[in-house]
Structure formats: C-alpha cells, structure tokens
Design a protein around this ligand. Structure first.
Ligand SMILES: *Cc1c(COP(=O)(O)O)cnc(C)c1O
Length: 442
C-alpha cells in the first residue's frame, strides 16, 4: 500500500516516508491510497484473539510491501504492553477504556506504534533521528513515554514554562535518558513557532535528522484502527447480537483523528452500522453533519479541553474517505453536542448511579451515546436494537480538578501517575527564540 497527500494525489509515498515526514511537503495529510477489503481477516478474529495479534495482522495486511510478518509482530509487541478494556455500564452501552497505557490516555496507542515503527526502520537503515515536538501539556506525555528508551531516537519536547499542570510537567520532565524537556519562557504558540523554525533551518534539521511525531502523523492514525477492530471482535461474544450489524461506536472528538481511524476500519470491512461524533460546544463538524456547511472558527475553552478544537485537521481526511459526499458522511456518522454543565452532571451521575469514575471527555461520549439511543436514528435492524461502544479517552485521574468540582471527591490516581509525582523534575530553561534553543540542542 502507498500513501498520498490529501492535497496531491499524484505522488504516492511509502509508509516509512510518510511517518518520517509527518506532514506532506504540500501541507496535506497522508492517507492510504485505497481501502483494501480486509473483511475476511477482520471477521476471522474472535473474542479470544489477543489485541496484539489483531494489531500485527492488520499491520501486515496493510503494509506487506514494507514489513514482513516478523517485523509487524515486533513493532506491535514492542508498542503495546497495554490493551483496551470493555466495561458494561448500561444494557446497550459499553465503555471502551483506552487509558491503560503509560500516559493514561488513548494517545498512547498512536504514539507507541509510531515510536516502534520508527525504531524498526531506523535500525534496519542504521540511521538516527531526533523527534522535535511542542506540547501545551497533555499530548506531550504520550509521545515522551512512547519514545522512552527507543534505540537511535532522541526526543526534544518544548513546553511553556508555568503553563502546564504539575502532573503534566512531571510526566514530561522526569523520564531522562533519550527524552529531553525544554522549558520555554513563553507561550505554547512560541513553542510551536520555534519547532516550525527549527524544521525550516536546513543545517539544524539535517544535522539532527529532525522529525515530528505530532497527532496528524499517519503512524499515529493507523494504530487507532486496531482497538475498533478488537472491540468488533469482542462484540461477537454476545450471542444476542451475533451479527453485530447494529453496533455503533461513539467517539469523543476534537481533532477527529480517533474517529477518522474508526471510519478507516469501517472502510476496510468492519461491519458496524455507524459512528457517533460526540463533541463539546466546539461543534464545527456536528454542524457540518447537520447542515452541510463547514465553518471553522476559533476554539472555545471547555471542561473537556483536549477537544477544544475549532478547525479539526482530520476533517480533510474525513472528506476524502467519503469522497466529499455530505450524504454519505451523514449517513454513517451521527452527531451529538454536549455542554459543560451536562458534562459535569454526567460525571456526577455515572459515579452515583453506576459507581463508575470517568473523565470529562469520556462523559461527553457517554451522554452522547445515551442521547443517540433516545433519538430517531436509533432504529432496530432485523429486530435488533442498537448497541454502542463508547470510547473512553483518558483516565479520570488526569483531570482531578474537574472531577473534584463535579463530585466533591478526588478520583483514584493510577499507580503510574502517583509514582511520577514523586520523581524529580529535570528540564532546561530556554528563551523563546530559535537561536536560544539551538544553543542548547545542537
Ligand atoms: C486528544 C484527545 C481527544 C480527542 O481526540 P481526537 O483524535 O483529536 O478527536 C479526546 N480525549 C482526550 C483525553 C484526548 O487527549
């Protein structure tokens, strides 16, 4: 399989080139050039098929020209020492917890797979690379953890001094070894600008073999399809609904990478009925689904802040997948928009009614799932009621303040986050210019 840019379909590149480039030279996002029919493979998985086996089989099926079976298995085994978990909360709704990875958020799946893929290619080519990335807090930790101790790769992470939460800062600055944290005296925008300038500085970029690991990377998108397919296989265990044809996935969305990966899995032959795009009041995509009008705008701050995106990058990929057809997209994807007060109420209710602790993003998804079941779109198929797998994208312990505010209680902190809080921070403070950064990294 080859990959092309959403903005230029004539030039196809390999998976390897796509992941080391990150963004295509024309500014577009890389996409698979076609949707292979993997339905036979996808339907051969059973509830007993281990997650890693599903991941390796799909990787191999997609990338057979570049990776043999052993390499695909190696990449997946090195990437995933954590797996998703399904928790039944209602008769028709299960929550798929995607936060059992090292940074306690679903972004661990994408970042880990990208890191092991890069490690595999660099080892084969005897090359070294440096990941340079900026973070406003949350997403950097998934990258830092994913690349920790990977061979031939150094990581430099820029974050705005004093503007990330104490837990986030600890997650970025306590790893050491090949992970270096630069604490920038400036804003997140300064960090992003410095990263951009560094990539444009040919001498620096060549010397360090700079590459990016940001969320739009194809190498982070593809592995996000694995847990949908795994959940699809798990759903076969339910004899009530063995045909699974009325299964929906509800996806709390911001930049829409997670949902795009689900749509890709569907296009490869996963037979779920559809998806529910759940957002906070940053609702440009829901608005498009309803009206056919796409009006990107500045984002607004909400409690589910990892989804505060006003111009989602992956919308470009979604349009490609549906051949720009609003009708096709709105048939497969239904939308639900959830406010902050509803989010807090849902966190409270899930705790009091189901004794289930959830983070604000997961709450948006869960309430969207319930709303969907009450809507006119929730129709039976062959006498079967719709069933929803609602994605949980982060551990509640990452959003203690919101949880505390909503419930008056502190969420349980997983041991791996608890441990990080006790480690000592090591960072290099730098000014907010490329020159100052260069002085410390080259
Ligand atoms: C990134 C993130 C999201 C949004 O995912 P997208 O792929 O950008 O739509 C949702 N929840 C959490 C916790 C996240 O970190």
């Amino acid at each position: 399989m080859k990959f092309y840019s959403t903005r230029n379909k004539t030039e196809a590149v390999s998976f390897k080139d796509a992941i080391f480039r990150g963004l295509a030279p024309d500014g577009g996002l890389y996409m698979p050039e076609n949707a292979p029919d993997l339905s036979e493979l996808i339907n051969s998985f059973t509830p007993d098929t281990p997650f890693n086996e599903i991941a390796a089989s799909i990787t191999q099926a997609l990338l057979s020209e570049e990776l043999d079976e052993a390499a695909a298995k190696r990449i997946c085994d090195r990437a995933f020492d954590f797996i998703p978990e399904l928790v039944g909360v209602d008769d028709n709704i299960s929550i798929m917890e995607l936060f059992h990875g090292p940074s306690c958020a679903f972004k661990d799946f994408g970042a880990s797979f990208l890191a092991s893929s890069m490690e595999e290619f660099l080892r084969t080519d005897s090359r070294k690379a440096t990941i340079l990335t900026a973070t406003s807090g949350d997403t950097g930790s998934a990258v830092a953890r994913a690349f920790y101790e990977k061979e031939n790769i150094d990581v430099i992470i820029l974050y705005p001094s004093g503007r990330v939460s104490p837990l986030q800062e600890k997650q970025l600055t306590t790893l050491g070894k090949n992970i270096r944290a630069l604490e920038v005296e400036g804003s997140f925008d300064d960090c992003q600008r410095m990263v951009k300038e560094a990539f444009l500085d040919r001498e620096l970029s060549d010397k360090l073999n700079l590459t990016s690991a940001n969320s739009i990377s194809l190498g982070r998108l593809i592995p996000q399809s694995f847990y949908y397919i795994w959940a699809w296989a798990q759903a076969a265990a339910d004899s009530d609904n063995a045909d699974r044809s009325n299964l929906w996935f509800c996806v709390p969305s911001g930049n829409f990478g997670n949902l795009t990966a689900g749509i890709m899995a569907h296009s490869w032959g996963m037979g779920n009925r559809g998806f529910i795009a759940a957002t906070n009041i940053n609702d440009v995509v829901p608005e498009y689904l309803k009206s056919g009008e796409y009006n990107p705008r500045a984002s607004k701050l909400t409690l589910s802040n990892a989804m505060d995106v006003g111009n989602p990058s992956n919308f470009e990929r979604m349009l490609e997948l549906f051949e720009e057809s609003h009708e096709k997209m709105s048939d497969l994807i239904k939308e639900k928009v959830i406010t902050d007060s509803e989010t807090a109420e849902t966190i409270r209710e899930l705790l009091s009614d189901k004794n289930y602790e959830c983070d604000p993003h997961t709450a948006v998804g869960y309430l969207a799932s319930k709303r969907f079941l009450e809507s006119a779109d929730a129709v039976e198929i062959d006498g079967k009621a719709p069933r929803i797998i609602s994605l949980s994208t982060a551990h509640p312990g990452k959003f203690t303040e919101v949880f505390d505010e909503a419930t008056g209680k502190k969420p349980e902190l997983p041991a791996r986050l608890e441990k990080v809080l006790k480690l000592e921070k090591v960072s290099t403070v730098v000014g907010n210019t490329l020159e100052e950064m260069k002085a410390v990294i080259s």
